[in-house]
Structure formats: structure tokens, C-alpha cells
Design a protein around this ligand. Structure first.
Ligand code: DLL
Length: 433
């Protein structure tokens, strides 16, 4: 079986990678200086010349780029290529505010497709597989990203897009999909729908899933694997860098290999911007060293994670990133305490609750309140009122212990919380309304 899509890169020595990264960085810096007035001005203000950047270790000398810079130059102000060289436009999903627009040349699309193809192969995909893409198509990068990746590999794409969940299940059966690509919350929903329709997932060909675009826990992975009878792989990306395929999981399933020949990663302290050593958690920053249309320097992702530089049993030498365990900006601050939705999910799954939940934050007088609505399984639902109340108390105590904050817990009927076909809406913060 094919183990790597591009073995010469995926298993390259550190020295080979460094040389490639350094050459690409030098070229990138020159292009940014010459073609993007925003960067020229930044360099001039800092007294920095493109020649000051000699190798990849000099990356820290470069200025940061933030989401607000993209918004301030909306829509195309940071582009380094003229319109006639652009092949496609996408936009971020706007989970955290106004959309940001990104663009690609043919070369950028090729790099992206190769990156996504590496992810599919790492999940056991081959040319003979049917890849069922249920990420949304359109401005969101999920659908077309995995679509082009599967096509680059030579696999067969089933471009279903998201929505109409009964039909998804029908197609999984009729078209004999081997690999499912969608958000983890949608994979859960598809799994539930299979159960509801009486489809035995052990009897359909589906054997792997490539899930990303939102945080999900190890427990949720196990739930999905059980429900769909597959092996579930994580994939990471963000529109500003390219979309899905910036990093991907391999068979070891302990962190995601970053396609660092194209996207050079750093971890910095989110408050000071100072680089942090490998293994420490901080904000993930990327420099798109081979990008043409939108060549971002040290882009601050706001995702909190760590870089892992250990030998991997899959043989890939590409550095790994841990699962992001939150964002610097979706971090909730409740009564002065930092709360990540992923921590809440972790507690719920440890207590064998379904990972269908919603956190409602509000303010009563001057005090923040936090309520966690959690769906019961059919079994819990049939319990006595007394048992349900006891379960609510147990969860509330566990949340108190982990988060150091008191939360009201309410168990709600099975399937009563809204389902998502894309990214799940986990938090309703009424304080901002
Ligand atoms: O979500 C791209 C994507 C599509 C990735 C399909 C994977 C699969 P955006 O809409 O720009 O792009 O959102 C990017 O989503 O900064 C993370 O906060 C979050 N995110 C993406 N993948 C993961 C993941 C796409 N595997 C933002 N785990 C990122 C946790 C993720 N969070």
C-alpha cells in the first residue's frame, strides 16, 4: 500500500528541509517587499531589508500579520499577484467576525491539493478509493480542498457537500464510499442518522474519516469510530494559509504532521509574541513560504497548541502540532476565569455523556452565569427524575473541579439541540448581544 504521497518531502532529513525552507523564505521575503505595500512599509519602519533574511532561523525577525491586517486591507490589499494570475477566491467561514478573503494562483492550488493528498494517503487512502466529501463547497475551503486533494491522488471524488443527512447515508451505502470527509460534529450526526435508519455501519465499505475544521476531543474520536465503524483522522487548516491540509494525522494518531515545506510553523507567547520552545503551548504562527497570491508572513492563527519534534512511527519527518486546545479568541472569560469549550467537552465525555452540548453564557446583575445544556442518550432519558438530577449534579461538580467555576447543568431530551452540517455552534454568549 502507498505509505506517502510525496516521500521525498515527507521523509526528508532535517537538513534537506531546512535548505528548502531557507531558499523559499528568501524568495518569499523579496516578493513581499517588492509587491505588497503593507509589508514594504512594515519593513521600512523596522529598518529591515530583504537581504537580512538569510535562512529559516531569521524568520523571527519578520513582522507578524494578524487577521485585522487582512480585514483592514479587505478584500485584496495584501495580494502579491495581479488579477489575471488568480485562479480562485475563497473566504474564511467567519466563525469569529467578518469574512476574510483569500486567493490562489494555479501554483497555490497545486500546493494545496498536494497537501490535502498527503493527508488522504496518511489516512490510508489510495487511488482506488471513493472519497465522499461532505464538507461544505463554496467559499468555505473544506469541500473543494479535500475534493482537489482526492483528485490529485487519483482517487474517485464523490462531491456530496453538506446537508440532507438521510441522503448522505443513502450515498454512503449505494456509492460504497471508502473515506468520509466532514466536520467531526457532522460525522457524529451522520452516525446517529445511520442508527436511526437502522443501517449497520459494520456492513458498509466505509473505513476511514478525515475530520477537522473545529476542535474535537479524543473521546469524540472514539464515539465517531464506534458509531461509523471506521478509523477517524484529524486534519487541520485555515483559509488564510490554504484550507484543509496545512497539517494532518497519520496512523500514529498523536498530533498532526505540518506540511512545513510550504507552511513554516512557530509557537509564540500570545501576549508577548516571543518564540516558545518546542513542546510548550502557545499561539501557532505560520509563514506561507511557497505562497504566491497571498504570501503571509508570520500569520497569527490564534490557535493554541504545541509543536512536537519526535520520531514518528509512520516514518514522516515533518514536525507535528498537537490538537489545538482552544483559541486565543474563543476562549471564554467567565467571572475572570478562562474557559475553553474543549475543556467542557472533555469533562462530558469522561462522564460518558453524549458530546452534543451547548454552553450558554449570560449575565445576571453584574455576575456572569454559565449554563451547560447536554443531550441525554436514550438510556439516560428513560431514567427516573431523581437519577437525572443526580447526573446533573455529578457533571456540575466535575466542571467545578476542572474549570474552577460553577456551572448550571441541564440535561435535555435526546436530539433536542440543533445539529450542524458544518462547524458546530457550541457557545451562545448572550453577554455580547
Ligand atoms: O476550517 C479549514 C478546514 C476545512 C480545516 C476542513 C479542516 C477541514 P477556517 O474556516 O478558516 O478554515 O477556520 C480555521 O478552524 O484556525 C482552527 O481554529 C479551526 N480548526 C480547523 N481545523 C481544526 C482541527 C477551516 N482539526 C479555524 N482541530 C482554525 C481544531 C480546527 N480546530
Amino acid at each position: 500500500m502507498q505509505r506517502y504521497f510525496q516521500p521525498e518531502i515527507e521523509t526528508a532529513s532535517r537538513e534537506q528541509l531546512r535548505e528548502l525552507q531557507s531558499a523559499r523564505l528568501r524568495d518569499l521575503v523579496r516578493r513581499c517587499y517588492e509587491r505588497v505595500p503593507f509589508y514594504k512599509q512594515k519593513f521600512d519602519e523596522m529598518g529591515l531589508q530583504p537581504e537580512d533574511i538569510r535562512n529559516i532561523d531569521d524568520v523571527y525577525k519578520l513582522p507578524f500579520t494578524c487577521k485585522t491586517d487582512l480585514r483592514d486591507h479587505f478584500p485584496y490589499g495584501l495580494f502579491a499577484e495581479p488579477r489575471e494570475n488568480l485562479i480562485r477566491i475563497h473566504a474564511s467561514s467567519g466563525t469569529t467576525g467578518k469574512q476574510t478573503v483569500v486567493g490562489y494562483t494555479q501554483h497555490d492550488l497545486d500546493v494545496w491539493a498536494e497537501s490535502a493528498a498527503r493527508a488522504i494517503v496518511a489516512a490510508g487512502g489510495t487511488k482506488s478509493d471513493f472519497v465522499h466529501v461532505s464538507y461544505g463547497y463554496g467559499l468555505f475551503t473544506g469541500g473543494l480542498g479535500l475534493h482537489d486533494g482526492a483528485a490529485k491522488l487519483g482517487a474517485t471524488v464523490i462531491p456530496v457537500s453538506s446537508g440532507n443527512t438521510k441522503r448522505q447515508v443513502q450515498i454512503l451505502q449505494d456509492f460504497q464510499s471508502d473515506i468520509l470527509c466532514c466536520t467531526p460534529s457532522y460525522a457524529m450526526f451522520i452516525g446517529e442518522m445511520c442508527a436511526e435508519l437502522g443501517v449497520d455501519t459494520a456492513k458498509i465499505p466505509l473505513r476511514a474519516g478525515i475530520f477537522g475544521a473545529e476542535p474535537w476531543s479524543e473521546n469524540m474520536r472514539r464515539e465517531i469510530e464506534k458509531k461509523l465503524h471506521i478509523k477517524a483522522y484529524d486534519i487541520y487548516g485555515l483559509s488564510e494559509i490554504c484550507g484543509p491540509g496545512v497539517a494532518f494525522e497519520c496512523s500514529e494518531q498523536s498530533g498532526m504532521h505540518i506540511n512545513e515545506d510550504h507552511f513554516y510553523p512557530e509557537i509564540v507567547d500570545p501576549d508577548t509574541g516571543k518564540p516558545l520552545p518546542d513542546g510548550e503551548y502557545g499561539e501557532l504562527v505560520f509563514t506561507c513560504i511557497s505562497k504566491q497570491a497571498l504570501p503571509l508572513l508570520r500569520y497569527r492563527t490564534r490557535d493554541i497548541c504545541a509543536l512536537i519534534r519526535k520520531e514518528c512511527s509512520c516514518g514522516r519527518t515533518l514536525v507535528k502540532m498537537s490538537k489545538p486546545h482552544g483559541r486565543t479568541d474563543d476562549m471564554l472569560i467567565i467571572r475572570g476565569i478562562n474557559v475553553f469549550p474543549s475543556q467542557v467537552e472533555h469533562v462530558l465525555l469522561q462522564l460518558q455523556m453524549e458530546p452534543n452540548y451547548q454552553i450558554v453564557v449570560d449575565r445576571a446583575g453584574n455576575l456572569d452565569t454559565m449554563e451547560v445544556l447536554i443531550e441525554m442518550s436514550d438510556a439516560t432519558f428513560s431514567d427516573s427524575v431523581k437519577n437525572i438530577a443526580a447526573k446533573e449534579q455529578e457533571i456540575s461538580a466535575a466542571l467545578q473541579q476542572i474549570l474552577n467555576i460553577s456551572a448550571k447543568v441541564k440535561l435535555v431530551e435526546p436530539k433536542s439541540l440543533p445539529r450542524s452540517e458544518g462547524k458546530a455552534v457550541r457557545v451562545i454568549d448572550k453577554r455580547k448581544l
